[in-house]
Design a protein. Structure first.
Length: 142
């Protein structure tokens, strides 16, 4: 299992792919990699492609602060295999919330870091992400 929390995409890529010191060289095919830092949708796709090229099981599972509690955005609810692997690790960090589908997961993991802020909830509401708003409100009360 590889856990990363490097927010800068270039630094993350270097930490993984550097020919002399990159983490990917030490990973066995099929190793699970959870990236815990917030990332843009474009970065998530690039990391997914990178993992696929190296036969690594990648999931973007960012950690956010909510009412003084760390909340993990776990794999999509319909991704049962990933949930079985990831939830045990993520539950050690804090409450885990799951979006319903992979598309919803991508949407919710691209949101601003400060999920407890009312402006963040308003932005999500304007974009029609009702499921994600209810998950965040549940997380805030956890």
């Amino acid at each position: 299992m590889l856990l990363t929390f490097i927010e800068d995409f270039d630094n993350l890529h270097e930490a993984l792919a550097d020919p002399e010191t990159g983490a990917v060289e030490a990973l066995e095919p099929g190793t699970w990699w959870l990236h815990l830092a917030p990332a843009t949708t474009g970065a998530v796709r690039a990391l997914h492609d990178f993992a696929r090229r190296h036969n690594i099981a990648y999931r973007h599972t960012p950690i956010y602060g909510a009412s003084g509690t760390l909340v993990a955005i776990g794999p999509a609810a319909d991704d049962r295999c990933a949930r079985a692997v990831c939830d045990t690790i993520l539950e050690a960090i804090g409450p885990v919330i799951h979006s319903g589908t992979e598309a919803a997961h991508i949407a919710v993991t691209a949101m601003p870091r400060a999920v407890n802020a009312q402006p963040a909830l308003a932005v999500l509401g304007m974009q029609g992400w009702d499921i994600e708003i209810s998950m965040l409100e549940d997380a805030r009360s956890a």
